[in-house]
Ligand binder design. Structure first.
Ligand SMILES: [Fe+2]
Ligand SMILES: [Fe+2]
Length: 310
């Protein structure tokens, strides 16, 4: 994965530990985006589409966790970063919901089997947490720390994937739908910008290494389930794909990775273990905010939203 460039590679002078985090109220027009937005690659398309299924509710859960921790944060700078984080994740959730409604549902692909239970989980969570906090504050603290550690792990991957997609010019050469590419890169760029926030919140509420490592393992299983299960679920409903045979899907997955349309998910997810599990790890040590800002300066959606990087 890409590490921060040398300082003379960029015009931006950024504190990687505390970059400014702005909410950009972008919007996307999906009327021209085809179902297979990576041309000729339904497997690659649906592997990335599986993120669209889990992100709207997933990002609302990230926000809930951070909001639960916020009253215990004293550091003014971190509180300011939390404000930026919540604003960015709210717009992300809304933008991915647009893909579900206007591309997948519009093409006869029903994702409610996943999104409805996830939505219910989010709707029930505040009352559950309030009840737990009243009855057993220690268990509440333990649960909140575990959830924050899980979100911090997932945020590591969203930042790493964000960097991957910003740096990957093979998607442009493959003729990927420009609106979808902009959504993924704008989101990826903002993931890079706010990559330290949840990690820092976790530390600020007393989160320690053993829970961080355990939550990473749990998150890894969740991500494999979401990516593999989600893409098979979508392929089965894809009216143009035909029968879903495991060997055929595996062959097309390998070709998609070879062509650079998607990262090799096994290598990428496990390959980050030595990085994320280093006890001294901090998210500011990976990815590049100047690269994110460089992308956002040219992002059609960010520019249309009136974003000025200066
Ligand atoms: Fe996000
Ligand atoms: Fe995020």
């Amino acid at each position: 994965m890409t590490r921060p460039p040398e300082s003379d590679e960029t015009v931006f002078d950024i504190d990687e530990r505390h970059p400014p985090i702005k909410t950009r109220r972008v919007s996307f027009d999906w009327t021209k985006t085809p179902l297979h937005w990576i041309p000729g690659d339904p497997v690659g398309t649906h592997i990335i589409n599986s993120f669209h299924i889990v992100l709207p509710e997933g990002e609302k859960w990230f926000i809930q966790c951070v909001k639960d921790a916020r009253p215990y944060i004293k550091d003014e700078r971190l509180l300011e970063e939390i404000r930026g984080f919540i604003g960015q994740e709210m717009v992300h959730a809304r933008s991915h919901q647009g893909v579900l409604d206007q591309i997948l549902e519009a093409n006869g692909i029903d994702v409610t089997k996943i999104t409805v239970p996830a939505g219910k989980g989010n709707a029930d969570r505040p009352a559950q947490m309030a009840e737990l906090k009243k009855k057993n504050p220690r268990s509440w603290r333990r649960r909140l720390r575990f959830e924050l550690a899980a979100v911090a792990s997932i945020e590591h991957y969203t930042a790493v994937l964000g960097q991957w997609i910003m740096d990957n010019d093979r998607l442009d050469k493959a003729g990927v739908d420009p609106t979808m590419l902009d959504l993924l890169r704008w989101h990826g760029a903002e993931e890079v910008e706010h990559r330290s926030v949840v990690f820092d919140v976790y530390k600020a509420v007393g989160g320690r290494y053993p829970t961080r490592a355990f939550a990473w393992v749990v998150s890894l299983f969740f991500l494999y389930w979401a990516l593999i299960g989600g893409s098979l679920y979508l392929l089965k409903q894809d009216p143009t794909y035909g029968r879903v045979r495991p060997l055929k899907v595996l062959r097309q997955y390998r070709r998609s990775v070879r062509q650079g349309h998607i990262p090799g998910i096994f290598k990428l997810l496990l390959g980050e273990a030595p990085v994320y599990l280093r006890p001294s790890h901090h998210p500011s040590q990976v990815c590049s905010t100047p690269r994110a800002l460089e992308y956002l300066m040219g992002s059609p959606a960010a520019q249309a939203a009136g974003y000025d990087p200066y």
